[in-house]
Design a protein around this ligand. Structure first.
Ligand code: BG6
Ligand code: MG
Length: 219
């Protein structure tokens, strides 16, 4: 029986991809590096340090690990400052309605994000009230596609993976959900999350009704 839901944050609850893009772009411009939206897509769901490694490789830049950590910190400062403009108006359409309904129907709900900034993002959205457990980049050391952050959430909720549905917009996130034995809902195009148990183009379509209809006998 499905008793809980675990949500990715960036790209599922709110769209921070643009803010991440602008922060990486500013860093890349300052460094004289190439960085465009196509490379940015490769960073979806990927941890901060893994992201800077992808950008370094894209530019074939010779740079030490220590400097990479410093640069990732600089990017993060830009990103975190840009979060100040985020407000409860910035839920992706359908996300807040779903979170409200899950609360009303008594499901357990966890966050399962790669971000180390989830606390700030949830505060800006006034979304902490929707989550029983916060699992994020500070909770585990192995990031997606490893299932650790979802396993952390399920364990803290007191549930088995097969009792939880994971919502994810990243390829690595669906890989992580499947590796952990969770039911998965993919948000986005087929070439990104087509391997999820069920896929919707946007959060607006990924309603509790639609998910219940798909997993039918599990509810
Ligand atoms: C993920 C985003 O949720 O979090 C990635 O999709 C981001 O783009 C990652 O790199 C880490 O986020 P943060 O906030 O810790 O730099
Ligand atoms: Mg995401």
């Amino acid at each position: 029986m499905i008793k809980g839901f675990i949500f990715d944050l960036d790209g599922v609850i709110t769209d921070t991809a643009e803010l991440h893009f602008l922060a990486w772009k500013k860093l890349a411009d300052d460094m004289g590096w190439k960085f465009d939206r196509e490379v940015n897509e490769k960073l979806r769901g990927v941890s901060r340090m893994d992201s800077i490694h992808i950008i370094r490789e894209h530019n074939n830049a010779q740079i030490s690990e220590e400097e990479l950590v410093e640069l990732a910190t600089l990017k993060n400062d830009i990103y975190v400052e840009s979060l100040d403009q985020m407000s409860p108006k910035d839920y992706l359409p359908g996300a807040q309605e779903l979170l409200n309904l899950l609360r009303k129907e008594g499901f357990l709900v966890a966050l399962g994000s790669a971000s180390k900034n989830s606390s700030k993002v949830l505060e800006q959205l006034d979304a902490k009230k929707y989550f029983d457990i916060i699992g994020d980049g500070n909770s585990v050391s192995k990031s997606k596609p490893a299932p650790d952050v979802f396993l952390f959430g399920a364990e803290k909720l007191g549930l088995e993976p097969e009792e939880c549905v994971v919502y994810e917009d990243a390829e690595a996130g669906i890989d992580a959900a499947k590796a952990g034995g969770f039911h998965s809902v993919g948000i986005g195009p087929k070439d990104r999350v087509g391997h999820a148990d069920i896929r919707f183009e946007t959060m607006k379509e990924a309603t509790l009704f639609a998910v219940k209809s798909h997993f039918d006998t599990l509810f």
